[in-house]
Design a protein around this ligand. Structure first.
Ligand code: UD1
Length: 415
């Protein structure tokens, strides 16, 4: 059972390299199912979610091979994956739906699992595919989607990241022009579209709310290195802001992190971008207001880590979570460390400037796990972070190792 031990840590200083984005790698791996030719993805982070996706691709009939930090995928013939533990273990397993529909016109899958941070239905994915002409049947936790796809205009009720990715991938091989309105604008979607374009897809408007895809007959192999992880970089920036650090996040893309950097700068951290990445100096001092929104708004994935920063700034901070309905699970754990936080529905009121004291805490979801590790850095004594579900290993490549490289006293003791 993974457990992490974090002691009160000094000012973080030095340089760490940001890993490749998990949320970019997962859809790009799914997109490899769109072609029988070989695709090669570089910079693959060591994450269990990536291992799950690799096994899912194999369960769909693809051959995969790892070489150093790269994965080769060849999907000569593809089919539905069957009911595997990998399919149930993460939400992103649903991303094979678009590629399989595009390639074969049918896909049966188990309803995806993942972090328990809300209902997380897949109705927008399914409605979009229905607009493209698919039939959808649900029975006993399995979804059957089938039909010959034809182009359509799709309006998403909400700019879902996963639904946008699935629909772009489905449309890439669907004859005619498909328009997706109110599409999500996250950098990971732009990155997926860049990869698809290298494979021969015709896509306009990626990164905007209106994406147009002109279906082509076939896609070919491609080689690609996805973008750096803006959430990992943001989490390390919060660690610097908590400890009065002086840190260089090598390779970080500040242009993907504007909303967070604006909050941290307003609060007193000095953030400077240069050719090598993002330099952070000083600490967060002032309370803040943060409302989670779709990109380019403040990311829900940074809500828990920034809340830890808010516990250490003097005054009242106000956080509003609008993307997921159950994403304050870290609050109960932060209270164990002494944090003063009141939750009213989707609103959290944080009375900052209260000293934290080490205690045993539990990782309730992926981003909560990272936030609790940060809280350990500024808690007096020792914090033991139990992570029975292995959340940290799902989504952060050696977060404790990176913090240690910056001088923190954090280690993994089991699992
Ligand atoms: C992706 C990210 C995740 C991030 C989230 C929001 C990946 C692998 N994961 O997740 O880290 O927290 O974006 O930025 O990229 N919804 C529906 N119906 C649907 C789809 C979504 O109601 O069919 C709702 C969800 O329940 C949630 C909201 O829309 O409340 C956002 O979900 P979505 O944007 O789809 O997130 P994911 O793609 O699952």
């Amino acid at each position: 059972m993974p457990q992490y031990v974090i002691a009160h840590s000094p000012r973080l200083s030095g340089e760490v390299r940001v890993s490749t984005s998990k949320n970019a790698v997962l859809p790009i791996l799914a997109a490899a199912l769109l072609t029988p030719e070989e695709t090669v993805i570089h910079g693959i982070p060591r994450l269990t979610d990536v291992d799950h996706m690799e096994r899912i691709l194999r369960a769909c009939g693809a051959e995969t091979a790892r070489e150093g930090g790269s994965i080769r995928v060849r999907a000569c013939a593809v089919h539905s994956p069957g009911d595997t533990a990998d399919m149930r273990s993460m939400r992103a397993s649903v991303l094979i739906l678009g590629p399989l529909m595009a390639r074969t016109g049918e896909c049966a899958l188990t309803m995806p699992g993942g972090c328990a941070i809300g209902q997380r239905p897949i109705d927008l994915h399914l409605k979009g595919l229905q607009r493209l002409g698919a039939r959808v049947d649900m029975e006993g936790g399995r979804v059957q989607v089938a039909g010959r796809l034809k182009s359509a205009n799709i309006y998403l009720d909400f700019p879902s990241v996963g639904a946008t990715e699935n629909l772009v991938m489905a449309a890439a091989l669907t004859p005619g022009v498909t328009r997706i309105e109110n599409a999500a604008k996250e950098p990971e979607i732009f990155d997926l579209c860049r990869f698809l374009s290298l494979m021969g897809a015709r896509i306009a408007g990626a990164g905007t709310a209106n994406i147009t895809v002109e279906g082509v007959e076939a896609l070919h192999g491609a080689e690609y290195t996805p973008i750096p992880d803006r959430i990992e970089a943001g989490t390390l920036a919060c660690a610097a802001a908590l400890t009065d650090g002086s840190v260089l996040l090598a390779g970080a893309r500040s242009d993907h992190m504007r909303a967070l950097l604006f909050k941290l700068t307003e609060s007193g951290l000095i953030c400077q971008e240069d050719a090598r990445g993002l330099r952070l100096r000083g600490r967060a001092r002032h309370p803040m207001e943060a409302r989670t929104l779709s990109y380019p708004g403040f990311p829900t994935d940074m809500q828990a880590p920034l809340m830890v920063v808010a516990t250490q700034t003097h005054g009242l901070s106000v956080f509003l979570e609008t993307i997921f309905e159950n994403r304050f699970m870290h609050v109960v754990e932060l209270r164990r460390l002494g944090a003063r936080i009141r939750v009213e529905g989707q609103l959290a009121l944080i009375q900052g400037g209260v000293p934290l004291n080490g205690a045993a805490v539990s990782a309730t979801d992926l981003r909560a796990a990272a936030a609790l590790m940060l809280a350990g850095l500024v808690s007096q004594g020792v914090t033991r972070l139990n992570d029975p579900a292995g959340h940290l290993m799902r989504g952060y490549e050696g977060l404790e190792e990176k913090l240690r490289a910056l001088g923190a006293d954090a280690k993994k003791t089991a699992g």
